[in-house]
Design a protein around this ligand. Structure first.
Ligand SMILES: [Zn+2]
Length: 91
């Protein structure tokens, strides 16, 4: 009987401990971050421009694009070296 009780306690502990740890961490994060933040309108979410790869047309954030000499965006260095596709270079 005691064995089952022990198993039940272990199972409950396993279920709750990650949740409690996370809640405690969130509380700590809020405490360290909050004092400097002034109450006011919420900041707009950061938006980043998306660009299409000049070779394959895949869209990616502008900051992650590989650029060639004339500043065309590419999804990867391989596509930058391959250059713009014939289909897309006309536009
Ligand atoms: Zn590409």
């Amino acid at each position: 009987m005691l064995k089952y009780l022990l198993i039940a306690v272990v199972v409950i502990w396993l279920l709750y401990s990650p949740i409690l740890r996370r809640a405690r961490q969130l509380k700590r994060d809020r405490r360290t971050a909050a004092p400097t933040a002034a109450p006011g309108p919420a900041k707009a979410p950061q938006v980043e421009d998306m660009v299409a790869c000049a070779h394959c047309g895949v869209h990616l954030p502008a900051s992650e694009a590989f650029r060639d000499a004339v500043n065309r965006p590419y999804c990867s260095d391989v596509h930058r070296i391959a250059g713009p596709s014939a289909r897309r270079s006309g536009s």
